[in-house]
Design a protein around this ligand. Structure first.
Ligand code: ZN
Length: 382
């Protein structure tokens, strides 16, 4: 990606963040700059004029940083009440009732969320993207979203708000971004280029100026955001399949709501990271002194494809023949096997046996300091 595009993407991320959180744009730009180790945005701009460049890692870091502070709208909770609770902490822009059932409306990044007990509706900023309706699997027949009149009313409310947001966005953009000139050329609202042909980085579609303006710079085919729309398909080589035009008659054909029943219960993820965490926690319980506790912390735990565990202990920090009772019990609950081995590792401190005389880290540290002092060695604070 070109240097100027990267900088522009960084700026766009900050802008979207500012818009979503209703904070001044310069504040969001400063936040991004600080995340990338600059004192503020002007310092970052200055550096980019010299030799500093935005790397893909910088963009990824920024994206993660900005997402962390945004709400997670995917269903994660266990019942109808909980489907509402994931929006907690987000100030609703509107609250109301449809046929006696309460709803709240939230906005973020140009998208609208309408939510009530056991249901939520998401209308994207992309004009041709179908609304998504989520119904909690655990909710019962009293869930009003199952009533088609209620659903239509709720969709109408969300879509009306979405139209207002789109109008507001369009009015913030240069006129040439939403209205093609006599030759059908439009200007990218985020600054790069004026053309009558545009390309989607996501699906390689070839989009006319009129089409991209009509769809508010989201890809009419795959609904990718304006960030993914470019003047040239620079990512394609001559050998690649060339972009295909979108038939205007196909645009917006499929905007029936997508209704999804979601299992909102918590799911236990038994992946390598989580199994390792449980086993190490159990090993810490099995440790009866400081030395063994260090052994538990430093043991190499690996998990194979069947989720069976292999633990390699440092022979200086874990007694030979000592069964990790708690770890074995946890493995038993999870239905997995544990394979143990001892090996010679590099213990972090001299006299690893010292830790066998105490279970207090404080006392152990004191013993260590004394022992090092007696040997005439010096603490290295570096
Ligand atoms: Zn696309």
């Amino acid at each position: 990606m070109k240097h100027t595009n990267s900088l522009l993407n960084l700026k766009t991320l900050a802008k979207r963040y500012a818009r979503a959180n209703r904070i001044p744009q310069h504040h969001a730009l400063d936040l991004v700059a600080v995340e990338l180790k600059f004192s503020h945005w002007p310092a970052l701009m200055q550096a980019s004029k010299d030799d500093w460049q935005v790397t893909p890692e910088d963009l990824a870091v920024t994206e993660v940083f900005l997402q962390k502070t945004l709400p997670n709208f995917h269903v994660q909770h266990e019942d109808g009440e909980a489907i509402k609770s994931r929006f907690e902490g987000i100030e609703p822009v509107e609250e109301g009732k449809i046929g006696g059932h309460s709803y709240k409306m939230m906005e973020t990044l140009g998208d609208v969320y309408l939510t009530g007990e056991g249901w939520s509706i998401h209308v994207s900023e992309a004009p041709h993207a179908p609304p998504r309706v989520e119904i909690a699997k655990q909710s019962n027949s009293s869930n009003p979203i199952n009533d088609s009149d209620f659903l239509q009313d709720a969709l109408q409310i969300a879509q009306t708000r979405s139209e207002q947001i789109r109008a507001r966005i369009a009015s913030d953009w240069p006129r040439r971004s939403t209205k093609p000139d006599a030759e059908g050329k439009v200007r990218h609202p985020l600054g790069h280029g004026l053309s009558d042909k545009w390309f989607c980085l996501h699906c390689d579609a070839l989009i006319t100026g009129q089409q991209i303006a009509d769809s508010l710079w989201h890809c009419p085919a795959c609904h990718a955001s304006p960030l993914d729309i470019f003047e040239t398909a620079f990512w394609l080589s001559d050998d690649d399949e060339q972009p295909e035009s979108i038939q205007t008659s196909n645009i917006g054909k499929n905007i029936e709501p997508k209704i999804e029943v979601v299992d909102t219960r918590f799911k236990l993820e038994l992946n390598e990271k989580n199994i390792t965490l449980l086993i190490r926690s159990a090993l810490l319980e099995d440790a009866t002194n400081t030395s063994e506790r260090l052994g538990a912390l430093l043991a190499a735990i690996s998990v194979d494809e069947e989720n069976d565990v292999s633990i390699v202990f440092d022979e200086d920090l874990w007694p030979e023949g000592k069964d990790p009772i708690q770890a074995l019990a946890v493995a038993d609950l999870l239905g997995i096997e544990i394979d143990q081995a001892l090996t010679c590792m590099t213990a972090p401190f001299a006299w690893p046996g010292l830790g066998e005389y105490t279970s207090s880290t404080h006392e152990y540290t004191k013993m260590l300091l004394d022992a090092y002092a007696n040997q005439g060695t010096v603490r290295n604070s570096g």
